[in-house]
Design a protein around this ligand. Structure first.
Ligand code: ADP
Ligand code: ASP
Ligand code: MG
Length: 416
């Protein structure tokens, strides 16, 4: 007997029919003698729908109230799943985040989990119940409902698994594992049997939304065995078969034998680029430009500053597309005049494409192969950034899918 956490995403919970299938799958695991905690997302489209209602009323709704609204989708899901389990003869109980309690900080719409009280959940499990806990939401110290950022149910599930010292966290979704790239963009992308924790962390942070990045961080910090697998198979397939399907996040680099160099390709459409032209090249200038941007709570990603000519240079950086207008306002508002810059230009139609792989540590020439492939497709590279296991380029968003497909082929990632 083991304690196992299941997480079901929006598509997996997308209709009452699908919820009944989730109930059958969960019951199968419980019948096999396991203690099961389930963390579902809102039904697909629901979080967008209810956030949309708030935005019909105000362009910038109060984040506290937005969390009050956004968190309700998951509350419907847990109740429906408990009813579906009870309907097939299982004892099941649902909880909202605050009832557990899943405590977070007060950063509304992007809160971080601080602690999880496992007492109540453990008692229910010991009494033979299946426990269902809302994904995506928590409660701050003052009792306000918080949410963990879009895609946050992954993080709830891994954090609950860590708090309960579960044997494994199973992330059931609408694809049957982690692929070399998004299978919706490259049809012959290949499913990976294992992916190292570090690679998964890079892929998630570079835009592969199959797992929210914080869930991967939790998995790493607590060494929680985490597997991504399909919720769309027949719910009654043999448990052994299901338990070994999908993609396991591994913590052992040397077990990762699948390919030598690149493991996957990630992309992010949600990018914007800003260039401050004619900046005086003197100490403190990066701080004077990026300090106010950070103070406005805008995350900066790629940064380049060129060699100066006659004491002036250009300073370019990227921000999330949703923050582009705000970042431009900050710069035009006070920074430009203060530092004596020439002008500020921006482009909100850029995307980032990244190749990721621990194999890069021991192979040279990955960057040149990447750049050659893009040049053969006549794709202009606007910015480059690298780490030990990834190379990212910023390109015109029109060429994003072309770049991903060309790189996927060039690095031999497709299905044999
Ligand atoms: P859920 O609702 O179950 O949380 P998400 O839509 O958040 O599901 O994540 C699953 C989706 O992630 C897939 O449908 C797929 O389009 C996308 N995705 C992006 N990159 C990858 C990848 N490398 N492997 C698998 N899926 C990926
Ligand atoms: N329902 C939330 C969202 O749509 C959380 C999740 O699905 O993981 O972002
Ligand atoms: Mg998701």
């Amino acid at each position: 007997m083991a304690l196992i956490v299941h997480k079901y995403g929006g598509t997996s919970m997308g209709s009452t029919e699908r919820i009944k299938n989730v109930a059958k799958r969960v019951a199968k695991w419980h019948d096999a003698g396991h203690q099961i905690v389930v963390v579902p997302s809102a039904m697909s489209g629901e979080t967008n729908r209810i956030i949309g209602l708030a935005k019909e009323i105000s362009a910038q709704p109060d984040p506290r109230e937005l969390d009050m609204i956004a968190s309700t989708g998951e509350q419907v899901s847990v109740g429906l799943l408990a009813i579906a389990l009870q309907a097939i003869g299982k004892q099941a109980v649902s909880y909202a985040g605050w009832q557990v309690a899943i405590k977070t900080d007060s950063a509304h719409t992007k809160a971080r989990i601080a602690s999880i009280d496992e007492t109540k959940v453990k008692a229910d499990l010991d009494a033979g119940k299946i426990v269902i806990i809302t994904g995506f939401q928590g409660v701050d110290e003052l009792g306000n409902i918080t949410t963990l950022g879009r895609g946050g149910s992954d993080t709830s599930a891994v954090a609950v698994a860590a708090a309960l010292k579960a044997q494994e966290c199973l992330i059931y979704t609408d694809v049957d594992g982690v692929y070399t790239t998004d299978p919706r963009v490259v049809s012959d992308a290949r499913r990976l049997n294992t992916v190292t924790f570090e690679e998964m962390l890079e892929m998630a942070s570079l835009g592969s939304k199959v797992l929210q990045i914080r869930s991967v961080e939790f998995a790493g910090n607590y060494r929680m065995p985490t597997r991504v697998l399909s919720s769309l198979t027949d719910p009654l397939i043999p448990l052994e078969e299901e338990a070994n399907s999908g993609t396991l996040i591994s913590f052992e680099e040397d077990t990762h034998m699948e390919q030598a160099t690149i493991t996957g390709i990630a992309f992010n459409r949600d990018e914007a680029k800003i260039t401050v032209l004619g900046v005086p090249d003197r100490p403190g200038i990066a701080y004077q430009i990026l300090g106010p941007v950070a103070d406005a709570n805008i995350e900066v990603d790629m940064i380049i500053q060129n060699q100066s000519v006659e004491g002036k240079t250009d300073f370019t950086f990227t921000v999330p597309r949703g923050e582009y207008t705000k970042a431009m306002e900050v710069l035009e508002g006070s920074v430009k005049a203060h530092i004596g810059a020439g002008s500020i230009v921006g482009d909100s139609k850029v995307s980032k494409v990244s190749v990721v792989g621990v194999g890069m540590r021991s192979h040279v020439g990955i960057a040149s192969q990447m750049f050659r492939t893009l040049s053969e497709e006549s794709i202009n590279i606007q910015m480059i950034s690298t780490s030990e296991i990834k190379i990212s380029v910023l390109i015109d968003e029109k060429y994003m899918e072309l770049a991903v497909r060309a790189l996927h082929k060039a690095f031999g990632l497709e299905n044999a």
